[in-house]
Design a protein around this ligand. Structure first.
Ligand SMILES: NC(=O)C1=CN([C@@H]2O[C@H](COP(=O)(O)OP(=O)(O)OC[C@H]3O[C@@H](n4cnc5c(N)ncnc54)[C@H](OP(=O)(O)O)[C@@H]3O)[C@@H](O)[C@H]2O)C=CC1
Ligand SMILES: O=C(O)C1=N[C@H](C(=O)O)C[C@H](O)C1
Length: 279
């Protein structure tokens, strides 16, 4: 299966490798066979529900930390949704690509080096698609776009991301992506990073610097996933804020990813690439 991506909507012989007698049928043909990795996590549980409720999709496997990736093969999965942890996502996605399984990835932790290695692997599997989406919420994707558009009109830009205290990484993947988009927009406009004359007496007092943009991470009980981009200019401030109040807010984006990834071979970063957005 290495050089052939799993064809969609065809599902192979009846029952596939899973031994099912009757493959589920969606409104427009056989349902697409989807597996969820990290299925018992906050996001994974929502994804399991969303896939199970979608008439055109069939949930064929729900894997946790101790389950073998080979289960994806016995379940004959065509698409895997990875919602695990930064330490495991690269291994999971590489396994999927090597077996022609398309991947929709929400997990954070994809460094430039890991992305480059994945691009090289995908070059050997040219029919397989991978979406890595730092944030599946449509409002968050739009907020990132708006921030990048606004960035060149203001002297100062800082990002505050606020999350639930169980989050294992900082800064958030969304904040990293937003900072990169803002920095690229400012570089294109030949603008310097935010001006700052402050000398800090304590490390971290000004947050972390990502592509020249200060990023501050808050972890607070009661929160879900939130971000503010503060843009400061002469006598004015623009604040672009997005709030996800529940993990369910990410599911329309996850399903869009699942329904689109097979038609987009190679690596796509950001759900923006799948949305019909004005330039
Ligand atoms: N792109 C987006 O829109 C969003 C992305 N995220 C990201 O998604 C990831 C998951 O978030 P969240 O659900 O909140 O985290 P959780 O900690 O709730 O869930 C992570 C799950 O991954 C499981 N896991 C760990 N290692 C493996 C492995 N090797 N194989 C399979 N499963 C594994 C864990 O199992 P166990 O319970 O046994 O430890 C756990 O159930 C994070 O990186 C987060 O930042 C979150 C929200 C939105
Ligand atoms: O861990 C989370 O909760 C989230 N993780 C993603 C990130 O790091 O940006 C997306 C969203 O912010 C929720």
């Amino acid at each position: 299966m290495s050089e052939h991506a799993r064809q969609i909507p065809a599902v192979g012989p009846a029952g596939g490798r899973s031994g099912r007698a009757e493959p589920r049928r969606g409104p427009a043909g056989p349902a697409v066979r989807v597996a969820v990795l990290g299925a018992r996590g906050q996001m994974g549980q929502e994804a399991v529900k969303a896939v199970a409720a979608a008439p055109d999709l069939e949930l064929v496997a729900s894997l946790g930390r101790s389950d073998a990736l080979e289960t994806l093969l016995t379940a004959d999965a065509q698409i895997v949704i990875d919602l695990t942890v930064p330490d495991s996502t690269e291994t999971n996605v590489r396994f999927a690509v090597e077996h022609g399984i398309h991947a929709v990835v929400g997990t954070t932790g994809w460094t430039d080096e890991k992305l480059q290695a994945l691009r090289s692997l995908l070059a050997e599997h040219p029919k397989t698609g991978v979406l890595i989406a730092p944030n599946f919420a449509v409002g968050s994707v739009l907020a990132g776009r708006f921030a990048a558009t606004a960035a060149k009109y203001f002297d100062s830009v800082e990002i505050i991301e606020l999350h639930h205290p169980r989050k294992v990484d900082a800064p958030s993947g969304t904040a990293l992506r937003t900072a990169q988009l803002i920095a690229a927009a400012r570089a294109e406009a030949c603008m310097p990073p935010s001006p700052d004359a402050t000398e800090t007496a304590l490390d971290g007092a000004r947050g972390a610097t990502v592509a020249g943009i200060p990023v501050h991470s808050v972890r607070l009980a009661g929160l879900t996933a939130h971000q503010e981009v503060l843009l400061g200019g002469f006598g004015e401030q623009l604040t672009i804020r997005h709030d996800s109040f529940t993990q369910a807010s990410f599911m329309p984006g996850v399903l869009l990813g699942v329904r689109t990834v097979a038609s987009r071979p190679g690596l796509t970063i950001g759900l923006d690439g799948y949305l019909d957005l004005e330039a």
